[in-house]
Structures are given as structure tokens and as C-alpha cells.
Design a protein around this ligand. Structure first.
Ligand code: SF4
Length: 104
């Protein structure tokens, strides 16, 4: 059951991103302070504000930047569940997606 629900949300995200939802890809949080500030912004969202998470998180439905960063190599990515385990996001994601909370 959980898988089906997560797949539904994954498709919803895919739809929003492929329809051109404008997300904040930049600036990338270079320091711990900037990273923490982004987490604070995410915590201020209502828990079901999926679009807000995507916008503030700076999501993309493809790898990003010269290093082609993507969820698959991010420390928060759970491969078998195809899930972002960063509590402030906690969303189903594809391995080839990206967001600016990316960490290795
Ligand atoms: S933090 Fe961002 S890049 Fe990392 S797994 Fe989550 S959504 Fe993907």
C-alpha cells in the first residue's frame, strides 16, 4: 500500500516538474549556515505543501550542473525505496532527479 501511495506522489512531482514548475535551483547552499537556513524554510511549510517543497528545495527532473549531481549519489537517497530521507523533504524521488539540498 505504501508503495502505491508513494508512486502516486512520485508521479505528481514528475507532472509538476515536467509542466515547468519554476523551482529555486540557485543559489546552492555552500555553507552549513546556508544549508540550515534552507531547512528552516522547509520546516515553515505546511507538511502537505508538496509544491512548496519542490520550489524551495530547487528540484529538477534531471541531473544538474557541471557535475551532473542527482539523487542517486546523494547521502539522503534510499535506493530501494526511491525515497529522499531528508526529514524536511521526505518525498519519493527518481534516481536521476536533483535538488539543492544535495549532499555527499
Ligand atoms: S536531498 Fe535532494 S538530491 Fe538528495 S535525495 Fe533528497 S531530493 Fe534528492
Amino acid at each position: 500500500m505504501r508503495n502505491e501511495e508513494e508512486e502516486k506522489v512520485r508521479q505528481q512531482i514528475e507532472g509538476l516538474l515536467s509542466n515547468g514548475l519554476k523551482t529555486m535551483l540557485e543559489p546552492f547552499p555552500e555553507t552549513h549556515v546556508e544549508f540550515a537556513k534552507l531547512l528552516d524554510e522547509l520546516r515553515n511549510l505546511s507538511p502537505d505543501d508538496l509544491e512548496g517543497k519542490l520550489v524551495i528545495g530547487g528540484f529538477a527532473d534531471q541531473p544538474y550542473g557541471p557535475d551532473q549531481m542527482r539523487c542517486l549519489e546523494c547521502m539522503y537517497y534510499l535506493v530501494h525505496r526511491k525515497w529522499c530521507d531528508l526529514p524536511e523533504l521526505a518525498v519519493p524521488v527518481e534516481p536521476d532527479w536533483y535538488c539543492r539540498l544535495w549532499r555527499i
